[in-house]
Design a protein around this ligand. Sequence first.
Ligand SMILES: *Cc1c(COP(=O)(O)O)cnc(C)c1O
Length: 609
Amino acid sequence: MKNFGLNLWANKNFIIEDGEIKLNYKSMPSLLNITKKIRENDVKGPILLRFPHLINKQIQTLYNYFEKAIQENAYQGKFNAVFPLKVNQFPAVVDAISRQGQKYNYGLEAGSKAELIIAMSKTPHNANITVNGFKDEEMLTLSFIAAQSGHNITVTIEGLNELETIISVASKHNLKVPNIGIRVRLHSAGSGNWAKSGGMDAKFGLTSTEIIEAISLLKNANLLEKLTMIHFHIGSQMADIAPIKKALREAGNIYAELKKMGAVSLSSINIGGGLAVEYEQHTKSDTRNYSIEEFSSSVVFLLGEIMDAKDVTHPDIFTESGRFVVASHSVLITPVLELFSQDYQEQLLNFKENNPPLIEELIELNRLLNNANCIEYLHDALDHMESLFTLFDLGYIDLQDRSNAEILVHNIIKKALYLKSSNPTNELEALQTKLQERYLINASIFQSLPDYWGLGQHFPVMPIHHLNITPLRAASLWDITCDSDGEIGFNPEKPLYLHDVNLDEEDYFLGFFNVGAYQETLGMNHNLFTHPNEYTIIINDTDYEISNAVESKNILQILESIGYDGNNIVTKLNSELENSEFIAEKEKSDTLAILKKLLSQNGYLRTTN
Ligand SMILES: *Cc1c(COP(=O)(O)O)cnc(C)c1O
């Protein structure tokens, strides 16, 4: 039975049981059960499920492994972490993080004014706030206000001009000066989709010369005791641990040098994010080459070694892992609306009283196909089809004959695939790829999987039920935007096989996993499809609870969000109907009601699914 690479990407968060995918936690509800329960209330279209227990698990894992490494290496510094808000700023996520983070003093990292406001309103005073990214005088003043309000805040400067602004704000206002960090520009660069943050041409960070200059500026302004941290971040989803180690050596030595230059309060190294998540479903694909255990012990060991060699006290370690903490917590569930080749269904066969002999033979092959004869019969069927196409071109058979031939051969191939599914021949595998089925999913890739669209990032995808049946259809997925990029094509290197289902008789749902990092605010309203309905699922020992439902924007709201005047639109549409001559008076109010309802729903399709 295919498990869709669950053993690779699921990190034991999900298991397959009774043909369904279930949460591997407490009462172990199945995703199908949760989905059905939500849809009982007339919810259609895609839904985003959040599982806060998976956020808790990641936070715990992060702290536990670093604590373990600190003990094993007799490391003297402490471990601290902050969650980088840009990875997911949605309130349900930040609330889950704050709640679980309390016992660890887990803090938040902000990269913009709006994120800093979230951090200030959600971080308790004993947890850390770090501020990165480009900052103007206002944003720096806001950091002073945070410090003044009692927050434990560190502002990382990305360039000397920011330091100059800090010095000027400090002299202008009588506010508490926040702690200052310096982002160092490392020679080491990462690799992979997201590694653009290191190296000589990096967007961020101070060069050695600038760092020396910064120290002297701080000394002159009497602010050197505010310098507490050095920071680096060499990119996200680092597949290889080697560049991370190289960056650590570089940053560790810079830290030690600065201590020697008299940076008295310097006490921590912030190693940024980059901790990778497993997205692959196929063993042949590239996966990350390290575990959280190796990562944490390498960081702790290397920093300890460098400091010991230079006779410097071990610094506290900060991480800003984001993807690692939240990627796994959400699952996107999309109904399948249509299988495009349903036109090949057996019930559409329409035989004549006298069929051409080759059609009669196909009927027999289809009827008598079994495990022993299937390869031979398959070859006969393919051969007959070629002949029938030739006969059609020459005008000897008609369109109905041709349609019957296509359906029969299609069926024979499908049966052969099924019979040989445990051990297909190369020929069958090639046929399977050729016989691709297109599954229309009620979702927008631009809105819900923008990292696939923009970067080709693969996300684990699988049906959430039918898992006791071997899926045989080579599948490509089409979304409902009118854009040819809204497609996840069949990739023979990373093949996706789905089930042959009759959607007139049953629903079919796909789940996209590990979608919780970055994508939600990156998601685009292409075709004006909005962020899907979302639900937070709290699982307890005997049951689960659906809480925090956030409905997606309705059609009127999405139009208003891009600047239309909603009232104006409603008035115009209503008055057009009111004044229409083509509609009977008594039907007008019904039609107005239909229109009103439609404007209050989101734009995803509501037909059948
Ligand atoms: C984006 C970012 C992070 C988070 O990186 P992940 O790979 O998601 O862990 C951490 N620190 C900084 C400075 C960032 O810009």
